[in-house]
Design a binder for this molecule. Structure first.
Ligand code: A3P
Length: 337
């Protein structure tokens, strides 16, 4: 039986170098190097540089992934993509979407998410595309195939964006900034000096961070799910999500409490307390060298932690940028609290 779960994502440790024979062919690498040499670059949060590619700041690794997606990925009309700017709820939505799609295959009381954590639930395509290059096991995934991405809508091939469903989750940019700074500071190369929060703040406001600018990213997608709404009314949002995925809960399932059980299974409290998500050997392999332990994806899981990092003045500046950029879109993010 085919499975979503990606065994090679487990038993990894941060910083460990995996013996993956995933080198891309030299002519493709050559093409990528030539492209990188022509792109504007800026200070990155995790590594040394990020590059401005078609309006978005990307690491060299994900630019490679993007080019390979364009060249090699064949979408199926039934594919469902989870898209998000970094640190806006990918882990949570991964768990929820996996649980929805597989609720007839696994018992919720003995669910694979409890053993593997959400990262292994389905592929993060931005880098997975080259992890087992040139062959991918995507063809073996059950239908509907689920994929996660941080790429902005406009960067993905139209063959994907015009064919597949997209679930997009976003969040108050102030919380995304704080979460991202904590996350990438931990992953930041030890050879580089730490990135102070004030500098990260300045870069973020100017749009300069991995996959940024935040606001252009949000505007590229249509009708986002909002982290804050999911926190407030998880069952309501879960039902909407399942319906959107084409797998609505039946009246009987609702009566049996399946919705609440999935909400509980995927809650921050439940997932973050599992052994596999507390340094118990589970991790997400992004590239052969960048492997992130599951525990790094669970920090506070709260709305409004920005209050512990931003002054009133810093808050007002981001809110004004958000207001300006999202004007007319019908979206408000973090402006009312
Ligand atoms: P904080 O750093 O604010 O705590 P992503 O999954 O996109 O990388 O986002 C990570 C953020 O989502 C982190 O936010 C993390 O704690 C939070 N998170 C992870 N799992 C969650 C869950 N099941 N429910 C709610 N928030 C979750």
């Amino acid at each position: 039986m085919s499975t979503y779960l990606l065994p090679d994502q487990n038993d990894c440790h941060h910083g460990a170098s995996i013996n993956a024979q995933n080198d891309i062919q030299s002519d493709e690498q050559h093409m990528i190097n030539n492209l990188l040499a022509t792109l504007p670059k800026a200070k990155a949060w995790r590594s040394e540089h990020i590059f401005l590619y078609k309006g978005f700041w990307l690491s060299s690794e994900v630019i490679k992934g993007l080019l390979l997606i364009h060249k090699h990925f064949t979408p199926q009309p039934t594919d469902i993509f989870l898209a998000a700017f970094m640190k806006c709820g990918t882990t949570w939505l991964k768990a929820l979407m996996f649980a929805i799609a597989n609720r007839h295959r696994y018992k919720l009381s003995d669910h694979p998410l409890l053993r593997t954590g959400p990262q292994s639930a389905f592929p993060f395509i931005d880098t997975h595309i080259f992890l087992d290059y040139p062959a991918t096991n995507f063809d073996n995934l059950p239908v509907p195939r689920l994929f996660a991405t941080h790429f902005a809508h406009g960067l993905l091939p139209t063959s994907i964006t015009s064919t597949c469903k997209f679930v997009y989750v976003c969040r108050d940019p102030k919380d995304a900034l704080v979460s991202k700074w904590h996350f990438l500071s931990k992953l930041r190369s030890k050879e580089l000096p730490p990135l102070p929060f004030d500098e990260a703040y300045e870069l973020f406001c100017n749009g300069v961070s991995e996959y940024g600018p935040f606001w252009d990213h949000v505007l590229g997608y249509w009708k986002p799910s909002q982290y804050e709404d999911m926190k407030k009314e998880p069952s309501v949002e879960l039902k909407k999500l399942a319906a959107f995925m084409g797998m609505p809960f039946t009246a009987e399932e609702e009566k049996e409490g399946v919705v609440e059980e999935i909400v509980k299974l995927c809650s921050f409290e439940n997932l973050s307390s599992l052994e596999v998500n507390k340094g118990g050997g589970g991790g997400q392999k992004f590239t052969a060298k960048v492997v992130v332990e599951n525990q790094e994806f669970f920090r506070k899981g709260e709305v409004g932690d920005w209050k512990n990092h931003l002054t009133e003045e810093m808050k007002d500046r981001i809110d004004n940028i958000t207001n300006d950029k999202l004007k007319g879109s019908g979206l408000t993010l973090g402006l009312t609290k």
